[in-house]
Design a protein around this ligand. Structure first.
Ligand SMILES: C/C=C/C(=O)SCCNC(=O)CCNC(=O)[C@H](O)C(C)(C)COP(=O)(O)OP(=O)(O)OC[C@H]1O[C@@H](n2cnc3c(N)ncnc32)[C@H](O)[C@@H]1OP(=O)(O)O
Length: 257
């Protein structure tokens, strides 16, 4: 099972479990998380959701082999499992806690902007190397990171795609707190347990009120990003970037204008 899913004491825990590929996310993994999140909406036994990886890796982002095989998407974006997962996450009415240790690449960082409480270990490393892959931001990151971090910092992270650590992420407002890696999971579970013990309707309403102002602009940004992202997946620049990754070499973008 590449996504471990369990419900215990009111908490739905989703755990990336593909460490041999650095928890890179395949279509099947997105689908299984989308299904679990959708089921949680109507399951009264779930009062909080926890997203975790492994101590040494959160996720290497979208599986690049999947990108190569499935681009361009012949069908509508709405039918893709990544879309179903991200819509289920961003639309979750129940609180979502994320615990990040190790690398959180691409969608691994983007998804955090749709969670509520985000905790990171001191070994966490965030990056959104979309431009390095011949792609562009996805699932609202072009808007949300700009709102969270301000334009100049967001531009640095989204254009240069350089990785940054937990303390910078905290300073930027991307995460809630930094913890030693060995304490991260227990702390995040404790925070989720606190949410479980609170009145569920109050938590749901608080979340809905806090997110209300950004719902429509985020949906608009996602629609706009998707128009470009889908086409860019099959661009020669992206092909060069994906090939270079698997051939363990630097991509050469100088051949493209
Ligand atoms: C809509 C969504 C958009 C996105 O998410 S875009 C972002 C896509 N992700 C990436 O570009 C990240 C690619 N991966 C990396 O940069 C690195 O990995 C890490 C920094 C995460 C870790 O580096 P290290 O510790 O040196 O591990 P390693 O040797 O690169 O990886 C171990 C094995 O895992 C495979 N792997 C890693 N990431 C992916 C991936 N994203 N898709 C498919 N496979 C991946 C490698 O190829 C390799 O495999 P082998 O042992 O056979 O050489």
């Amino acid at each position: 099972m590449e996504i471990l899913s369990s419900i215990e004491n009111g908490i739905l825990t989703l755990e990336f479990n593909r460490p041999e590929r650095k928890n890179a996310i395949t279509a099947a993994m997105y689908q299984s998380m989308a299904d679990a999140l959708t089921a949680a909406e109507t399951d009264a036994s779930v009062r909080a959701i926890l997203l975790v990886g492994k101590p040494e890796i959160f996720t290497a982002g979208n599986d690049l082999e999947d990108f190569m095989k499935n681009a361009p998407s012949s069908g509508a974006i709405e039918d893709r499992s990544v879309y179903k997962f991200m819509m289920a996450l961003s639309g979750a009415s129940k609180p979502v806690v994320a615990a990040v240790s190790g690398n959180a690449v691409g969608i691994g960082t983007t998804l955090l902007m749709h969670c509520d409480l985000v905790y990171a270990a001191d070994n966490a490393k965030f990056s959104m190397p979309f431009a390095q892959l011949g792609l562009c931001p996805e699932f609202g990151s072009s808007l949300l990171l700009t709102q969270i971090a301000g334009y100049p910092r967001a531009a640095e992270k989204l254009m240069l795609g350089e990785a940054f650590g937990a303390h910078e992420a905290l300073d930027m407002g991307l995460i809630s707190k930094v913890l030693p890696v060995e304490e991260l999971r227990a702390f995040a579970e404790g925070q989720a347990a606190k949410l479980v013990a609170l009145p569920a309707s109050s938590i749901r309403t608080t979340k809905a009120l806090m997110k209300a102002a950004r719902t429509a602009p985020t949906a608009q940004a996602i629609a706009e990003e998707n128009k470009h992202f889908g086409a860019m997946l099959s661009s020669p620049e992206a092909k060069e970037a994906f090939m270079a990754f698997f051939q363990k070499r630097k991509p050469d973008f100088t051949q493209f204008s």
